[in-house]
Design a protein around this ligand. Structure first.
Ligand code: ATP
Ligand code: MG
Length: 422
């Protein structure tokens, strides 16, 4: 029996990986421009980190974690998201002692035991960034601006930025009791999960995926209506900052996001028409989290972006970010002596950093030309017996078909010149 990859995972094969490379390059570039430094944390962590850092009442912790006992009987979990681990690393490495704000980004696989569907995987990749030590809404705006700018550079269209404020413990206490009062008469009708959330964290009910629960919460009091003065001020200023740099957004009072630790700002970027899984990025402020994980009280804000969903949005918008490949040369060699010469030539070209290919299958002229075509080479170098006797090779422009005979020892320089000019 053939062995297949686990459900909800993907192989990223040549032809697709090029898009990942370009996207990853753009991510690194923009992060550097915005003053973020990369951090890499382990793929697995102590389970308790996510229980504390993501929240016991979330779908992630309740249903979606890949948790296992290691051989030393410790409970370990494949990371379902990045923020908790970055916060742990921030505390463990005493990064709070650095000049603030500390701006970090990460990229890599995340694991969630999900019901798989288009755009929803069990292993998927996120790019995320976190800012520690900045309380001002300007920091929130800067983070949203980075996300927005990256999407713009990629050429993505039809995006919607949704923002909301989920308040702080002060305003949430009032919201919690109003929400419970609203839901009390419908309590029996809520799904089992939401019934257990009712006392512990009724805010989570607003994020329930069940259709019936969605119906029941219609008209529920929103936290926006009861923000405390501090949270209201923060939210107003965030909108001013976004408007100042021309970032269009919509306020969605119903958005609460999936993690327990959010405070004040929550945001999401959606792409129209990608289908059910339209969120390509989500983020928010988590001022209490570093303390929760055992560090000094430190404000924080960040986001995470789903790489697969960004790539599929690009594809559905017919944007090929990997269209531009490095120019290449294919050496076409006929006969044993010419083959040796072609190996020497690619070695010289590759030392100069020129992408070059040679025939290793001993094919005839026609199939070697076809291979050069398939490789998309701009130039073919043909070394036959006659040329070899004259210590030359034929340089062929694959587009125009124009040819010239060039001395072997001048070839590398000539090719480099041609590539520089174009
Ligand atoms: P959803 O409500 O769709 O489950 P979420 O709130 O769980 O999303 P986050 O934890 O905020 O998602 O993750 C940030 C981003 O990571 C999402 O906007 C999405 O682009 C991506 N993402 C999350 N879960 C998956 C998944 N299972 N497969 C692919 N991408 C995902
Ligand atoms: Mg989810």
């Amino acid at each position: 029996m053939k062995i297949q990859r686990p459900k909800g995972t993907q192989d990223i094969i040549p032809g697709i990986i090029e898009k990942w490379h370009v996207l990853e390059g753009q991510i690194r570039k923009i992060c550097e421009e915005y003053g973020f430094q990369e951090i890499r944390t382990p793929i697995f962590e102590a389970t308790e980190l996510f229980q504390r850092g993501v929240g016991e009442t979330t779908d992630i912790v309740n249903k979606e974690m890949y948790t296992f006992q290691d051989k030393g009987n410790r409970s370990m979990t494949l990371r379902p998201e990045g923020t908790a681990a970055v916060c742990r690393a921030f505390v463990e490495n005493k990064l709070y002692a650095l000049p603030q704000p500390v701006k970090l980004y990460y990229r890599g696989p995340m694991f969630r035991y999900e019901n798989t569907q288009a755009g929803r995987f069990r292993q998927f990749s996120q790019f995320g960034a976190e800012v520690f030590g900045g309380e001002d809404p300007l920091v929130d705006a800067e983070v949203i601006q980075l996300v927005w700018e990256l999407f713009n550079r990629l050429g993505l269209k039809d995006l919607v930025i949704q923002i909301n404020s989920v308040g702080c413990p002060v305003c949430r206490a009032e919201h919690k009791s109003k929400l419970q009062a609203f839901l009390e008469p419908k309590k029996e009708e809520l799904c089992a999960d939401c019934q257990s959330r009712f006392d512990r964290n009724p805010l989570r009910i607003l994020d329930c995926k069940s259709k019936h629960c969605k119906e029941l919460i219609k008209g529920a009091p929103t936290i926006l209506e009861m923000l405390c003065a501090d949270c209201r001020d923060h939210f107003t200023k965030l909108q001013e900052y976004l408007e100042a740099v021309g970032i269009a957004y919509v306020v969605d009072a119903g958005m609460v996001r999936g993690l327990d630790y959010y405070r004040k700002t929550a945001f999401e970027v959606l792409v129209r028409e990608i289908g059910a899984q339209s969120a390509i990025c989500g983020g928010g402020r988590y001022d209490g989290l570093v303390e929760e994980i055992g560090g000094p009280s430190t404000p924080g804000i960040g986001f995470a972006m789903g790489i697969e969903r960004v790539i599929s949005a690009l594809e559905s918008q017919k944007i090929d970010i990997a269209a531009e490949q490095a120019e290449s040369v294919t050496i076409i060699a006929l006969g044993e002596a010419a083959r040796l010469e072609s190996f020497k030539l690619v070695s010289v070209l590759r030392k100069r950093g020129i992408k070059s290919f040679l025939d290793v299958l001993g094919r005839n002229m026609k199939s070697q030309m076809k291979a050069a075509d398939r490789a998309g080479s701009k130039i073919a170098v043909i070394i036959g017996e006659d040329e070899l006797a004259r210590k030359t090779a034929v340089l062929r422009d694959m587009k125009t078909g124009g040819q010239a005979e060039i001395p072997l020892d001048l070839l590398a320089e000539k090719i480099e010149e041609l590539f520089k000019r174009s």
